[in-house]
Design a protein around this ligand. Sequence first.
Ligand SMILES: O=C(O)c1cc(=O)[nH]c(=O)n1[C@@H]1O[C@H](COP(=O)(O)O)[C@@H](O)[C@H]1O
Length: 283
Amino acid sequence: MPPEAGAAASRAPFGERLAAARAAKGSLCVGIDPHPALLGAWGLDDSPSGLERFSLAVLDAVGPVAAAVKPQVALYERHGARGLAVLEALLAHAAEAGVLTIADAKRGDIGSTMQAYAEAWLGEGRPLAADAVTLNPYLGFESLRPAIDLAAATGRGVFVLALTSNPEGRSVQHVGGDASVARSIAHAAAAENAGSAPGHVGLVVGATIGDAAQRLGLGLASLNGPILAPGVGAQGAGPEELGAAFGDALPFVLPTSSRAILAAGPAPGNLRAAAERTRDELA
Ligand SMILES: O=C(O)c1cc(=O)[nH]c(=O)n1[C@@H]1O[C@H](COP(=O)(O)O)[C@@H](O)[C@H]1O
């Protein structure tokens, strides 16, 4: 057994942990995206120390009312090693506080080096390991195998991009009509989850996609795994768009919003109230 899978037994499966968090705190995921403009609006420097104050303040304010938090790793990477140290501290604090983390790293690579990405973001005892990571299947769904298997072995999860919230995504994801790329990704994810209740292989499907999931036959209601739905708030989606995009798959959806909530800070009470309001409007 690889060392990465060593403490597998000590953690319940991701699907169960996420279901418990949703039952206790509702279904919102809050994105922790420390954009320079937000740091400025909070009166913080665009520096590792500003990043740290921002990240930990968001975690403290929204952790008790969010099913998960989703740090966007590029906004830490742009500060180099010191930025990654802040991300590491954020993930450790969240674990101590019992708040689930989804590292938005959108990783995907050929098998041999995908193994290293899997270990970095999901490996037991690794400094940047989160509860789940976002993955990019452009190299083929099966290229993600090391992450899918390591997540299962360590009680963690993955969210595979299927229909992204940005308009450019269509030029790849909708290709193939009835046999679209997005459909094949969704069906492959469902196959991974078959027999688990609920599974650890989630999908990313933007809340801004209109009726594309139904039109392309993604079969989201049969995924048997979580659906991360970014695009709420700053990208324009609200309760109506979520309903139109997901229909009978809505109970599996984890809507996620970053800037629209983060802009309510830095006062912790305002930040928490914005998260609660968003969560309740979308419920
Ligand atoms: O994987 C993601 O999280 C993601 C996928 C997608 O299709 N669209 C999308 O916006 N995201 C991320 O979700 C967040 C959205 O941020 P806001 O637009 O500020 O709510 C950003 O961190 C994006 O990188």
